[in-house]
Design a protein around this ligand. Structure first.
Ligand SMILES: Cc1ncc(C[n+]2csc(CCOP(=O)(O)OP(=O)(O)O)c2C)c(N)n1
Ligand SMILES: [Mg+2]
Length: 430
């Protein structure tokens, strides 16, 4: 009898040990509930994620300096790194544009309009008036303003972008009232309230979307460029993509074909890689071992150069030149616009646990709008004039909010319209 008790005790001890080992393995893989941090994913419900080792803390403590994610200083150094010079094979037709103070005032106005419009959208989102997602462009305005300004609609140029696109629609001529109404999901929205913030589309202005699937839009650029050039067109496609999308397979397939078709002068695509250093909460250093993102184009035979994406004078300097270069050669070309989004990823992202307040503050000092403001004052433009521009832009944003709020919801009859394209079926030849 005593023997049986002893046997039972041994079996119990073995079982306990096995159970403890299983728990240890599990917590090493997934963390434990008590130590898991709740990180809010701005594009989805709050998710429990395991704590990340060697995470850059706001105080600088707890960083494994040998393996640490590079600091904001390193990234600033990278931003200042020498620009890869464009190939000297292109010598003709370069547009040498000098921008005087008056022209720069015009660009200041455009950037202020975007900023104040988007500030109004963030406010409306946080008041619960705008649903879905909302990603603003604050800090990156200089890039879109310069490059979209270089488009030539008479030659059929178009732009395709991801989801941070209110600025693109506005810059390509969409009315602010219709853009705001779209964000409100109203029937007067630019796509009848069916797209929302991420799916704006303005064909008349050459703005061909607006796509929420990261990287999913990239093949459309070379595809459109090839189709147009094959049919004898002279359009250039500006394809905007983020640092977070460049690791997506869609990028690599599309870039490969762009490089290949470009050899025959049949793929006039201007890739504009907006490296704002983060894809949601993931810094470039945490997303790839090869952080010089522009170089990824080289493996597909696509030349590239880096510009300071927060300085409109720097972006303007290259924009027209490369737009015409791509048109002339029919070859793809890439710009890495190095910058920073000075706001959270999306309007629902408050915590920003992935970057320090000090880093954000440092980059806010490079905000393209105050930067240009200072340059204009130095050039002799009066403050009152710039103040009037800001007041007008604020009035424009207020008017757009009023229009959106007073607009009707989409009519129920619209539910099944625009599901399939009409009248576009082309009878196959032969
Ligand atoms: C295929 C896919 N994966 C993940 C997401 C979730 N997501 C939304 S935005 C984003 C980051 C994209 O970063 P980036 O391309 O750098 O653009 P940015 O937001 O910086 O403008 C991710 C991963 C998504 N929308 N689509
Ligand atoms: Mg990014």
């Amino acid at each position: 009898m005593r023997y049986q008790y002893l046997l039972l005790a041994i079996v119990f001890i073995i079982l306990m040990k096995a159970a403890r080992r299983a728990t240890r393995v599990k917590s090493a893989t997934y963390g434990t509930i008590s130590t898991m941090s709740m990180v809010r994913d701005p594009d989805g419900p709050a998710k429990a994620v395991p704590p990340v080792p060697a995470r850059p803390s706001h105080t600088g403590q707890g960083i494994d300096h040998d393996n640490a994610i590079s600091s904001a200083d390193n990234r600033q150094e990278a931003a200042m790194a020498p620009i890869i010079a464009p190939a000297d094979t292109f010598t003709e037709g370069q547009a040498q544009v000098a921008y005087d103070a008056e022209a720069l005032v015009g660009f200041y106005q455009k950037m202020v309009e975007i900023r104040l419009f988007e500030d109004a959208t963030t406010k409306a989102f946080r008041q619960g008036k705008i649903g879905g997602y909302l990603h603003v462009y604050s800090g990156q305005e200089a890039t879109g303003t310069a490059f979209l300004g270089a488009m030539n609609r008479d030659k059929g140029d178009v732009a395709i972008a991801a989801y941070r696109i209110h600025a693109h629609a506005l810059l390509l001529g969409a009315h602010p009232n219709n853009v705001m109404a779209e964000l409100y999901g109203k029937g007067t929205g630019i796509v009848k309230g069916k797209g929302g913030s991420m799916h704006l589309f303005h064909a008349e202005g050459g703005m061909l979307g607006g796509y929420g699937i990261v990287g999913g839009h990239i093949p459309l650029g070379p595809g459109y460029a090839y189709g147009n050039r094959y049919q004898g067109g002279e359009a250039v496609v500006q394809l905007y993509l983020g640092d977070g999308s460049i690791h997506n397979g869609a990028f690599h397939e599309a870039a490969n074909l762009a490089g290949l078709w470009g050899k025959s002068g049949l793929c006039p695509t201007l890739f504009i890689l907006e490296n704002n250093q983060y894809g949601m909460g993931t810094s470039v250093e945490r997303a790839t071992a090869m952080t010089e993102l522009g170089k990824k184009f080289e493996s597909y035979g696509i030349e590239w150069e880096r510009v300071d994406g927060m300085d409109i004078q720097a972006t303007l300097k290259v924009a027209e030149q490369v737009q015409e270069r791509v048109r002339e050669t029919g070859k793809p070309y890439a710009i890495e616009a190095f910058g920073y989004r000075i706001v959270p990823h999306g309007a629902a992202d408050f915590l920003e646990q992935y970057r320090s307040k000090e880093e954000v503050a440092k980059w806010r000092e490079k905000d393209p709008i105050p930067l240009l403001h200072g340059q204009l004052i130095e050039m002799g433009i009066e403050e009152e004039r710039l103040e009037a521009i800001r007041a007008e832009a604020k009035a424009m944003a207020d008017e757009a909010v009023k229009f959106a709020e007073e607009s009707p919801d989409p009519d129920l009859s619209e539910l099944l319209t625009d599901v399939y394209a009409d009248d576009t079926y082309v009878e196959p030849a032969g």
